[in-house]
Ligand binder design. Sequence first.
Ligand SMILES: [Mn+2]
Length: 366
Amino acid sequence: MARPPDAAEKRLEQLAHLLHGKRRLLIVTHDNPDPDTIATGWALLRLARRLRRMRVDLAYGGIIGRGENRALLEVLKVPLQRLDELDPASYDAIALVDSQPGTGNNSLPPGTVPTVVIDHHPLRRSTREVPFYDVREDYGASVTIVSEYLHAAGMRLDRRLATAIFYAIKAETKNLGRDASRADIKVFLDLFPLVDNHALSQIEHPPIPRNYFSMIDQAIDGTRLHGRVAVTRSGEVSNPDVVAEFADLMVRLEGIRWSLAVGRYGPDLWLSIRTNLERANAGRMIRRVVGDLGMAGGHGMMAGGKIPDGAVSPAKAAELEEILCTRALSLLRAEQVGVPLVEVNGVVRRSHPARPPCPRSGASPT
Ligand SMILES: [Mn+2]
């Protein structure tokens, strides 16, 4: 769907009008922020400061797990703060980026109606109450939306911000190969000459902590193959991002079309779905898998979800994992009984007693 070329200018005017008279803006990313939400928030921070003389802070909830994301913040010196160290009530405007109210994946106090929402996930009803929202489901990255505003405002980007935006589009769309739109490609190409390639390389190849390899070991151990579907039950993970990393890893396995990864972090159960089928809808799939057990959302080829308090006890976690895996496998019309990912010298790799295969061998398909 083509937009008139002046669409960004109009939106920019509306935004400037809305922020008129405001003194403090708080921009909030989604929890366990990824490069897209971080870059969107940072770009919006710069834009808001340009539009209005106001104090603008950028904050996140959850934790920053992936080494790449930690490197992004460090190398580019992104001014991202912890939300629990700020008081949302002391701001007269709040912006939510790459997320929407009521999704359960941001740490705004419940009932908070933001002034601004910028996102590319499916539009939610509660977002219609937000004074300024720009939600474009056809965009591969939220940061592309704000980049169009920066362009319309005639702002020149410095190398740090340009690199952050470029990397966000690169990571979110897997080098433009996953859910990328023409708009994403345009911003990506426009920014290419401005990128700090040394910084980008440091971000994409960060030092790996030793426990990363234990996590890989855990993922391999907990993976069963059900035809073209890989299911990973990783047990406890060191941070929620790891679950998405497992799903990313397993969907690369030859012959695999879908991957589902489930992991326990704190009291919650986290899950991620990936597919390499370009016409699939991973977002719809994960919502059907999760149902009313928790919250979930996503895009065509990637999606994530969470079952709050789904891991308060190992027994409860195991029961829920069973339900989620069984649902996913039947929705994908895959065999309920899988085979281990790795065999050593023809011997099936040991299975961690805390992580039974999904579902337990011999379970009858439902
Ligand atoms: Mn995004």
